[in-house]
Design a protein around this ligand. Structure first.
Ligand SMILES: *Cc1c(COP(=O)(O)O)cnc(C)c1O
Length: 448
């Protein structure tokens, strides 16, 4: 039954982010059902989804409240185009997002995945300057080690070589400032001191190129795909101020960090800033359906508001823009945040994750255990003193992945970095189990 299913799959599918040849030796895992933090395979094995199925799930699989919201919505309206038409779920969601995001973000533009939300922000920013008589502002600044998605514009903003190198010739010519990533701080430096130091180069780059730059784009506080590297909020405050000084937009890509992952509902709150564009996806629908939104300000919106004949409008759309079922799910998810006081409750979960993972920091092959809110990462290295990484060809993360699966946990290290980004419904017992398995997995992966 299971073997049969795998053969059917492998004869017709091409899986994301996968060297398909790996599946000659690495078994595919067909999942039959999900419940809470667990996903269950065809043989009845259960796995704790400790990475929230690529950082999307917030309140567990098959959450009863969200399932019910979907049932109600499909009886009412499954989809309608959003140009010239509207519906209740998208208006409610927009009202709530305007209310919950930093002050000044007042307009919601929808798409259906994180990469598309980035494309929207990039195009809107360029177009804003163009509508204001500055078509020469057509470049962007991003951070080293950043990831903003896979479509060509979004990919051009990222620079994790595994994703971008092959497509170099197709890329936009993006300016890159060194990441404030605190893993590389000098001994004795605090996160804040390091993040301030790293801002000097960003400021120099902004000063030099302001005339041709439309926007700076960053992942606030945590560079997730870039192996969960973290930095201090002060960097965002400095960046906001510099963007204001030099007339450049700030795009906050909160696709991964939004909706409570960093401890606050949005990461930008920790720096007390309002970006010109905020991109949200992943947690927006609590791990259920594809939806994304780019929020922006009145200032940006009004640069497009004009007589039709001027052709200043933002002529951009996706077929499933603002899908009602996806919006109903997002509304249900925000209801859970509110009704169950999730951000407050998560503080205890985060503290527990901190306490339980701390001992791993003294492991001879772990250079660092770092945490921001509900995200914890453990960096395996060949040499702890010099932070010399393992050769990537050794694929040590894969050993942790396999060990975890054998023990009922889904961990999916990025390179040599083992991390936990769990659904918020995870219990103390489950966290203990995940941490134990991660710890054993690290022992196994670093022992040979
Ligand atoms: C996942 C991610 C994206 C892309 O979102 P998709 O829905 O996968 O297209 C963009 N930015 C960040 C920071 C992400 O983590």
């Amino acid at each position: 039954m299971k073997q049969d299913f795998i053969e059917r799959d492998l004869s017709v599918l091409w899986h994301p982010c996968t060297q398909m040849k790996d599946h000659e030796s690495l078994p595919l895992i067909p999942i039959k059902s999900g419940k809470g933090v667990y996903i269950e395979d065809f043989d009845g094995n259960r796995y704790i989804d400790a990475i929230s199925s690529w950082w999307v799930n917030l309140f567990g699989h098959c959450n009863p409240t969200i399932n019910q919201a979907i049932r109600e919505q499909i009886e009412q309206l499954e989809h309608v185009l959003l140009a010239g038409f509207s519906h209740e779920p998208v208006v409610s969601l927009s009202e709530q997002l305007v209310e919950l995001t930093p002050p000044g973000l007042s307009r919601c533009f929808y798409a259906d995945n994180g990469s598309s939300a980035i494309e929207v922000a990039l195009k809107m920013s360029f177009h804003y300057w163009s509508n204001h008589g500055h078509p020469e502002k057509q470049r962007y600044i991003s951070l080293s080690n950043s990831y903003h998605g896979e479509t060509l514009g979004a990919l051009s903003m990222g620079n994790v070589p595994l994703f971008t190198k092959t497509y170099g010739p197709l890329m936009l010519d993006t300016l890159v400032a060194p990441s404030p990533d605190c893993y590389h701080r000098d001994p004795g430096d605090t996160w804040e001191a390091h993040s301030r130091k790293m801002f000097i180069e960003m400021e120099a780059l902004i000063e030099k190129h302001a005339h041709e730059v439309a926007a700076v784009i960053v992942e606030p506080l945590v560079q997730c795909a870039g192996t969960m590297r973290m930095y201090h909020p002060v960097y965002l405050s400095l960046l906001r101020a510099a963007c204001d000084r030099y007339n450049i937009h700030l795009i906050a890509d909160e696709v991964a960090v939004g909706f409570g992952r960093t401890g606050t509902l949005f990461a930008c709150e920790q720096a007390n800033i309002t970006p010109d564009f905020m991109c949200l996806s992943k947690g927006l629908t609590a791990g259920y359906l594809p939806l994304s939104v780019t929020l922006t300000t009145d200032e940006v919106y009004s640069a497009f508001y004009d007589d039709y004949a001027k052709l200043n409008a933002f002529f951009h759309s996706h077929s499933y823009t603002g899908n009602p079922i996806a919006c109903a799910v997002a509304n249900a998810s925000l209801g859970i945040f509110r009704d169950e006081n999730i951000i407050e409750k998560n503080k205890q979960t985060a503290a527990l994750m901190h306490e339980l993972t701390q001992p791993i920091a003294s492991h001879p092959h772990v250079a660092e255990v770092r945490q921001t809110g509900m995200m914890v990462a453990m960096e395996m290295v060949k040499d702890k003193a010099t932070k010399t990484p393992y050769d990537w060809l050794e694929r040590r993360g894969l050993k942790v992945y396999q060990h975890a699966l054998e023990n009922g946990v889904l961990l999916r290290p990025i390179g040599n970095v083992v991390y936990m980004v769990p659904p918020y419904v995870i219990t103390e017992e489950q966290i203990k189990h995940v941490v134990n398995i991660a710890s054993d997995g690290i022992d196994i992966a670093t022992s040979a």
